[in-house]
Design a protein around this ligand. Structure first.
Ligand code: ATP
Length: 514
């Protein structure tokens, strides 16, 4: 255990309303005894008050000249960007006793909510700032290896805040944690795929996008279509929310950029399932969902309400429900517990006949004709999801997990407008799955042959041609589509606090409430 006598000059967490100004209740500086062990940093002041910061929230410590007036600002970014080498200090940084501790500040102690960055200015009284900083970094497990992270920013995603998020949160936090950052802004659709496809894997320890799910999907494709995809899939990939729906961040419990960046700094990874989508000879890989009918239509129609951010889906849902379409189509399902008998590994082919995870069930365009579940009917809701949340508001499947090896297919054959409203008005609880007209199946693979739609309830007339098929937010051609799960292929940056069982608890609670 590391111990030092310190003087605490300020701690912005104890401020009331302002960012960095000391609270009127606390008379700074405060004399204290600092202690650091493997789990936390804590200090006890002269009247016995203990302040504790958990290891998992600390992302760095830096030596500074002296308590510069500029540090006492209400703007967090000013402090984060403050260079340690500034003009005219009475100390050089080398012999200065002053140092800052940087940690993510939680809102009401909740690990899924961040309220910003907490900084505490210490003055070491005996050990020296260098030793204190080293002890904090050791405890927080930062700066232990050289890390080079490629950050891909989509300046035009979602509400166009990605560049700002990068400048104000991602870059300063990564730099304070001693990580080398290389920025690449996307200039066109498909750019992130090109970057991930051409990347020199040996130069980077991770790729992080500041984007929505669209750019993340592009990175997945870029990596998995490389000739060396088996190596590339091990590259840790992370995402900081910069889009409009940000489903990936919702699933990772990192919706706030500070928490997502903290997860990147800590660098914990988990395997994640991915799925392939095959249409004729074209194959793509993706991470989130495949949608058709109501949800696909409203996802694209909601583009008109982009300025609303996350709310756009709800508004579009209500508008589309009032004019509910009944589609016709044929669906082939390969339930997870019966997949073994249909495994064609012997003739398995990767995507595009060249590179990528092998397709064990869908490489042949006809093999599905012998699958156990075939439905030729009407549909007005269809989603096949790999993850629990398909947006930051809609929990499509509370039991879906990052790496459970299955696709959850949810559909409705004859939902009425009123029933549809019931399904979409309580999006965050997964309660809609209990509705009698909703069907669900766990599969390893599926094939969908989408046809046209009609206004009438039985949809038999097939008046209009269909238009939208949606793969993780991206539009794909309206064609027969084969979907197959590839278990644990991706290596995704996920925080230590991610607890996927929370989705089940939310759903159980909603069910008990009735
Ligand atoms: N410079 C650019 N100009 C135009 N489009 C771009 C550019 N860079 C990336 N894109 C495209 O923007 C699309 C959406 O980006 P992104 O995933 O960041 O946000 P989003 O779709 O708004 O968010 P969400 O998926 O969370 O709804 C991607 O499909 C990508 O191809």
């Amino acid at each position: 255990m590391f111990t030092d006598k310190v003087r605490v000059h300020w701690d912005n967490a104890s401020s009331q309303g302002g960012w960095c100004m000391p609270s009127s209740k606390t008379k700074y500086p405060v004399e204290a005894t600092l202690k650091i062990d493997g789990d936390q940093v804590w200090w006890t002041n002269s009247i016995g008050t203990v302040t504790t910061i958990a290891r998992g929230l600390i992302f760095g410590a830096t030596r500074v000249f002296r308590p510069l007036p500029a540090l006492k600002t209400r703007k967090s970014a000013t402090v984060l960007n403050q260079k340690t080498h500034t003009e005219g200090g009475i100390y050089s940084v080398e012999n200065s006793p002053y140092w800052l501790l940087h940690a993510v500040e939680l809102s009401n102690g909740r690990l899924d909510k961040a309220s910003g960055i907490r900084r505490i200015l210490f003055e070491s009284q005996s050990s020296g700032a260098k030793e204190c900083v080293a002890a904090v970094e050791d405890c927080a497990r930062v700066r232990q290896t050289v890390k080079n992270i490629l950050v891909i920013v989509n300046p035009f995603g979602g509400t166009k805040k990605a560049r700002r998020t990068y400048e104000k949160v991602v870059k300063p936090m990564l730099q304070l944690a001693g990580i080398n950052v290389q920025l690449q802004e996307t200039t066109h659709i498909g750019h992130a795929t090109e970057i991930a496809h051409a990347l020199r894997l040996d130069l980077y320890s991770a790729i992080v996008t500041v984007s929505g799910d669209g750019v993340f999907h592009e990175v997945v494709n870029g990596l998995l279509k490389r000739p060396d995809w088996e190596q590339a899939r091990k590259m840790p990939i992370g995402v900081v929310a910069g889009g409009s729906a940000n489903a990936m961040n919702k699933n990772l419990m990192t919706l706030q950029p500070e928490l997502a960046t903290l997860a990147v700094i800590k660098g914990h990874t988990r395997p994640m399932d991915v799925f392939s989508i095959s249409q004729n000879d074209t194959v793509m890989y993706s991470h989130l969902q495949f949608m058709w009918t109501l949800l696909a239509d409203l996802d694209f129609e909601s583009e008109n309400y982009r300025w609303m951010g996350g709310e756009r889906m709800t508004v579009a849902a209500i508008i589309r429900l009032l004019r509910l379409r009944t589609y016709r189509g044929k669906m082939y399902l390969l339930p997870a517990d019966q997949a073994h008998a249909h495994d064609q590994s012997a003739n398995a082919q990767p995507g595009d006949g060249q590179h990528g995870p092998l397709r064990r069930f869908t490489a042949s365009p006809t093999a599905h004709q012998s699958w156990p579940k075939i439905t030729d009917t009407t549909f007005n809701l269809f989603v096949a999801t790999n993850l629990a949340w398909i947006s930051d508001e809609f929990m499509a499947s509370p039991s879906a997990r990052l790496a459970n090896g299955e696709i959850d297919v949810i559909w409705s054959e004859e939902m009425s407008v009123i029933q549809g409203l019931a399904a979409v008005t309580d999006q965050g609880s997964g309660k809609y799955l209990q509705l009698p007209y909703i069907k669900q199946e766990r599969v390893k693979a599926l094939v969908l042959e989408p046809h046209g739609w009609a206004w009438d309830k039985d949809g038999r007339k097939n008046v209009h041609a269909g238009t939208y098929l949606n793969v993780s937010g991206e539009r794909v051609p309206y064609l027969p589509t084969r979907m197959e799960l590839h278990p644990g292929v991706l290596t995704v940056i996920a925080p230590e606090w991610l607890d996927e069982e929370e989705w089940t608890r939310i759903a159980d609670k909603a069910r008990r409430k009735g």
